[in-house]
Design a protein around this ligand. Structure first.
Ligand code: UDP
Length: 247
């Protein structure tokens, strides 16, 4: 394990990786990266590297889980054994089961589930490399995988955390800040609808700090939303070009 750093914020007010308190890590997103999935996306959010794949709408297995009036959304968040410094067992952990649930619940409000009764959509999330904030990066990628699969949605979902390191409220905590810091507040929003779909808090904040953290996280989500839209547009341009070549 890495050594515990003495100071998370230096004299200039900069963080361990040189970021300002309200600065996001660099984000790169590519949509449509897996040919065997109906929709897919790959995200690099700081040192996090995550793949999301969406399948469906399709017949549910096992069949008894089918609902007569809506589609069932299922989600599996999984960390590769090599994704963290200390080997992670490939078997689903309690944490992965919880994250699968909160990620599904963060995405579900964006999907018109009533359009596809008696079907299911599966989302698989594979964390290849983790560095704090993987649930948020997973939501950001999975929303794009759903859109890439052509599933009708009210909006994309963009996610980002804020938290507290030392005495400072900061945006987008990386692993060391998450572990050594005193609070982490992951937030997901549907930016066009101005609606929150995920809000969690790990640690202790005053009411003012909590408000500041949520405001920062929402600003972060809006910036991530812009990157999502660019990635989706790039995917459509690539598909359009492929079709023009075929014609
Ligand atoms: N982590 C780890 N080993 C594990 C699970 C998590 O080293 O078995 C690290 C990983 O970098 C992850 C971070 O701890 O991103 C924070 O995990 P948390 O449960 O807070 O979820 P996240 O911030 O990734 O959404």
């Amino acid at each position: 394990m890495s050594e515990k750093p003495e100071k998370l914020i230096d004299k200039k007010g900069l963080r361990l990786d040189g970021r300002k308190p309200d600065e996001l890590r660099p984000i790169k997103i590519e949509v449509g990266v897996l040919s065997n999935a109906d929709g897919s996306a790959y995200i690099e959010h700081g040192k996090n590297k995550i793949l999301a794949a969406a399948f469906g709408p399709r017949e549910m297995h096992p069949k008894h889980l089918t609902l007569p009036d809506r589609m069932v959304l299922r989600c599996r968040y999984h960390m590769a054994p090599f994704s963290v410094q200390e080997r992670k067992s490939p078997a689903p952990s309690r944490r992965e089961i919880e994250l699968s649930k909160v990620i599904r619940e963060a995405l579900e409000p964006a999907v018109f589930v009533e359009y596809y009764p008696r079907t299911g959509v599966d989302i698989f999330i594979e964390v290849l490399q983790a560095d704090g904030g993987t649930r948020c990066a997973s939501i950001t990628a999975a929303a794009l995988a759903l859109a890439d699969a052509g599933i009708p949605m009210r909006d994309l979902v963009a996610a980002c955390a804020a938290g507290k390191v030392g005495d400072t409220v900061v945006l987008d905590l990386m692993d060391t800040e998450d572990k050594v810091g005193s609070a982490d507040v992951p937030v997901a929003i549907m930016p066009n609808l101005n609606a929150v779909t995920l809000l969690q808090m790990d640690g202790i904040l005053t009411f003012e700090e909590f408000e500041r953290a949520v405001d920062l996280a929402i600003e972060g989500c809006k910036k991530i939303y812009a990157v999502q839209k660019e990635a989706l547009k790039a995917r459509y341009m690539a598909v359009k070009q492929e079709e023009e070549v075929e014609e």
